[in-house]
Design a protein around this ligand. Structure first.
Ligand code: ATP
Ligand code: MG
Length: 465
């Protein structure tokens, strides 16, 4: 297919939470090495597609920002670019990495790490509010990631359950850096950076254009509340929601109805304090408060397993991520050709000689510490293979095998049996088996008989006779 007749996909957005300009664009199906497979979801500012990078052979998520025009004088574009750059320079396990950014048909887009799993808002809407342990597991991870952002001088500005995702291993990802902003590292609130965020999660001062680690802490507090209750505390029209954030207390009664521990309620209260001065200074301070909270030990122990259970429930209800393998496209591209070449090369490359049988491998010395290269991949070949030895019990005749010792206790009678050709192992104090009392008794009997014979001989043949 020539460049002029390239297949295109229509991308459109039909509304925006902040009243942004909405438009429709046409993107080529093949964006560089990325093939657009299908739409995953839509948000307030753009649309997200599942893509496949044919060159690198991995799935990616492509977010198109339809509310902004890629021009110098569009502040939305400047914000988007700043967020993408901030995310691209940070390497952190709990956030979706940004691989690439560009503009297509006048609309900016970013190519980012694909998370195969649901968002937390989907988990909550599918399977109900999270348990306290599951919510703590999510909060601990997101607060840890946000702390790293804050340390790097980045304010996320859009922390909410729909920007937190769980992958198939139940790892938690903070995503969507579309309105993140770089500030000099520190705790000060930056004034007048412009209105940005999702109203339901914005701190009162964020509606005035302020932002800082404390505004992220506020959004984290609202997110914590929503995970435990099943709905955000303030919902409705933009102006009403803004007013509620400024003046109305959080409906904490709903947390008590769900038997949430008072220690957690206090943390949510402090994180969402109307006055930033009384709030946690940053995500790290919030994280430390969660870690210090006096909670039953079991609550913390159950955190991860409960999160898995909630995610599983969501998946069972069809709430998982995109099924990349089910998406097929017609038409071959340059990248299909390259993939075929790579596959052919794999087939042509002679395979390495097969690994020797365990019997060829020298038996490791198990009594000495084994040095492990922490950087080496833990493949089955790398692990030492224990050799299995056959034993025959000298007492009861039972046959058995053991893999870790040159001497082993017989499973039938408990006697320690030494392997063929091996020196006896050093004896431990505790268990000699039934052999020793028997031997001692035999020796005693023999000594007694010899003494008795000696006495009888003396009596009959003695000097007095
Ligand atoms: N990195 C990703 N990997 C996989 N799916 C993603 C990724 N990022 C977003 N998604 C999916 O795309 C959907 C839409 O995301 P998007 O960020 O546009 O919307 P949103 O978070 O609901 O709203 P907003 O635009 O206000 O952030 C998400 O709900 C999620 O299902
Ligand atoms: Mg989002």
């Amino acid at each position: 297919m020539g460049i002029h007749e390239q297949e295109t996909v229509p991308l459109s957005l039909s509304g925006g939470s902040l009243g942004l300009t909405v438009r429709e664009i046409k993107a080529p199906r093949q964006l560089g090495s990325v093939r657009l497979l299908r739409e995953i979801g839509k948000g307030g500012m753009g649309v997200v597609w599942l893509g496949h990078d044919d060159m690198l052979g991995r799935d990616v998520a492509v977010k198109f920002l339809l509310g902004a025009a890629a021009t110098e004088d569009d502040p939305q574009f400047a914000t988007f670019l700043e967020g993408a750059r901030a995310a691209a320079r940070l390497k952190c396990a709990g956030m979706t990495a940004v691989f690439h950014a560009d503009v297509v048909d006048g609309a900016p887009y970013i190519v980012m790490e694909y998370v195969d799993g649901p968002t937390i808002s989907r988990v909550v809407s599918k399977s109900g509010p999270l348990s306290v342990p599951a919510a703590i597991a999510v909060m601990s991870s997101v607060c840890g990631t946000t702390s790293e952002l804050h340390d790097a001088g980045i304010i996320h500005r859009d922390i909410k359950p729909s920007n937190i995702m769980l992958d198939t291993d139940c790892r938690v990802f903070l995503t969507d850096f579309g309105i993140a902003i770089s500030r000099p590292a520190g705790e000060a609130v930056a004034e007048d950076v412009g209105l940005a965020g999702t109203p339901g999660y914005m701190a009162p001062e964020a509606f005035e254009g302020a932002c800082g680690p404390r505004t992220d802490a506020y959004s984290l507090g609202i997110t914590f509340y929503e995970m435990l209750v099943g709905a955000a505390p303030f919902e409705g029209e933009f102006v009403d929601v803004r007013e509620m954030h400024r003046t109305r207390d959080l409906p904490l009664g709903k947390l008590r109805e769900r038997h949430v521990d008072e220690a957690i309620i206090e943390i949510i209260q402090r994180a969402t304090h109307k006055d930033p001065k009384f709030r946690y200074k940053s995500a790290r301070h919030l994280l430390e408060a969660i870690e210090r909270a006096p909670l039953p030990r079991q609550t913390r122990m159950r955190a991860e397993s409960e999160l898995r259970a909630a995610a599983l429930k969501c998946r069972a209800g069809g709430g998982g991520g995109a099924d990349a393998s089910s998406a097929t496209l017609s038409g071959r591209s340059l990248y299909d050709h390259l993939s075929t070449l790579a596959a052919k090369k794999r087939e042509d490359t002679p395979r390495p000689a097969s690994t020797p049988e365990p019997s060829d491998t020298p038996t490791p010395d198990w009594s000495r510490p084994v040095a492990v290269d922490a950087g080496a991949p833990r493949t089955p070949e790398a692990a030492p293979v224990p050799s299995v030895r056959g034993f025959v019990c000298s007492k009861c005749g039972a046959q058995f095998s053991s893999s870790t010792a040159s001497a082993a206790p017989c499973p039938s009678c408990g006697v320690v049996v030494v392997g063929p050709g091996e020196a006896p192992p050093p004896q431990e104090d505790k268990d000699d088996g039934p052999l020793r009392p028997f031997t001692v008794a035999m020796i005693g009997l023999v000594v007694f008989v010899i003494l008795a014979i000696f006495v009888v001989v003396i009596m009959f043949l003695g000097p007095g006779k």
